[in-house]
Design a binder for this molecule. Structure first.
Ligand code: UD1
Ligand code: UDP
Length: 362
């Protein structure tokens, strides 16, 4: 069974790693790893292949950056050529980035079934490019692997076939658990000279960083937080560019901006943080399992289970709300967390077992 596995951007690597590891034990499955090249800086891509023990991609499409349409279009053209040359029994896509959408569209039109891992998540906010990617990918996928029961409901409401929906757990958490001992051994805090409490910050959503006002509101809050709690900020390249473009100062007291950090070091920093401030999707899930307080700088989330069972609180990008909720966490008033159902490190095992049935191997 030849399965084309698609990755493109940073959050895809943590999701594909355990699936590839699981498939590698199965002589009847031949995974072919296709990297679209959506992310290409070594610290946004290569480092994850090393840290997560992912074999080098079999095919690299080298599409790079562009507008939404340019990037999506370039992946579609390049991926169509891949399918024309080699074909496949199944296309496996993960997450909600432009590469996920582009490859799903091409595969569906070629009549090759698509399996979507992390299907059914909805923020109900179509101003997010990812929400469009999720809806279209799910509409075109034959098989939907979900991380939570709300996702199943979303898919059923949108008309997906019940028999094609499989609640399997969370591959992102498979990776977190698999590499937790290695991450714990990371010397990164010592290397960065981080001795006491600190906050960890990541930011990259267009709604926060592509306009000056939200970015300024967030940085006004950080200026206050940084006075009592040092903030470590591994900056996404999009955000670094926008901070420069808008002339937002990043040299304030208590804020340390660094390059994006590799997976093992980042998980170490996440686990030991007093507080995580983020607009990332995956980090909301990781902090839920690690039991670390998380303030999400968004008005909504496609991962509601992190609010109901995790420490996650939505604070948007208002200076006041960020400060209020930060104070609450620092006073020790964060709620207890529970690990969501089936986030047990075995999602990829369940997915690959199901793929065997789909391929008639079981
Ligand atoms: C993409 C995904 C987003 C995901 C994020 C993870 C879409 C629509 N967005 O957002 O869902 O949460 O990745 O990090 O697919 N850049 C570099 N080097 C790189 C990659 C990007 O400099 O290796 C810069 C470029 O200026 C580029 C910008 O970052 O234009 C944005 O990159 P892009 O992949 O378009 O979107 P992200 O914001 O990274
Ligand atoms: N991450 C990382 N280094 C960083 C920032 C994030 O390794 O500097 C990891 C993080 O632990 C999580 C994933 O990247 O596993 C989340 O990716 P990202 O925030 O880029 O995308 P999203 O989840 O929002 O789509």
């Amino acid at each position: 069974m030849k399965i084309l596995c698609v990755v493109g951007a940073r959050p895809n690597f943590m999701k594909i790693a355990p699936l590839l590891a699981e498939m590698s034990h199965d002589p009847q499955i031949r995974p072919v790893l296709v990297h679209t090249g959506q992310h290409y800086d070594p610290e946004m891509s290569d480092v994850f292949f090393r840290d997560l023990e992912i074999p080098p991609p079999d095919l690299h499409l080298g599409v790079g950056s562009g507008t939404q349409a340019e990037q999506t279009g370039k992946v579609m053209v390049a991926f169509e050529a891949v399918l024309e040359k080699g074909g496949a029994d199944l296309i496996l896509v993960v997450g909600d980035v432009n590469s996920t959408l582009a490859c799903s569209v091409v595969s569906a039109k070629k009549g090759i079934a698509v399996a979507h891992v992390e299907a059914g998540l909805r923020s109900f906010d179509r101003s997010m490019p990812e929400e469009i990617n999720r809806i279209v990918t799910d509409a075109l996928s034959t098989y939907h692997f979900t991380t939570s029961r709300d996702a199943d409901q979303n898919l059923l409401r949108e008309g997906a076939r019940k028999e094609g929906i499989f609640f399997v757990g969370n591959v992102m958490i498979d990776t977190l658990l698999r590499f937790s001992a290695k991450a714990e051994a990371s010397p990164i805090r010592r290397d960065l000279g981080l001795n006491g409490d600190y906050a960890l910050l990541t930011l990259h959503r267009p709604s926060n960083v592509d306009q000056a006002e939200p970015l300024r509101r967030i940085f006004s809050a950080l200026e206050v937080v940084g006075k009592s709690l040092p903030i470590l900020f591994p900056a996404h390249p999009r955000t670094r560019n926008m901070l420069e473009e808008f002339g937002v100062a990043t040299t304030q007291e208590g804020l340390r901006m660094v390059e994006p950090i590799g997976y093992l070091d980042f998980i170490h920093l996440e686990k030991h943080a007093r507080l995580v401030l983020t607009d990332s999707g995956g980090i909301q899930e990781e902090t839920t399992v690690l039991g670390v307080p998380c303030l999400t700088l968004r008005e909504n989330t496609e991962r509601p289970v992190t609010l109901t069972q995790g420490s996650n609180v939505l604070v948007g990008n208002s200076t006041e709300r960020i400060l209020q909720e930060t104070a609450r966490v620092l006073e020790g008033r964060g709620g207890a967390t529970r690990v969501p159902e089936l986030w047990d490190g075995k999602a990829s095992e369940r997915i690959v077992a199901r793929l065997r049935t789909i391929g008639g191997l079981a």
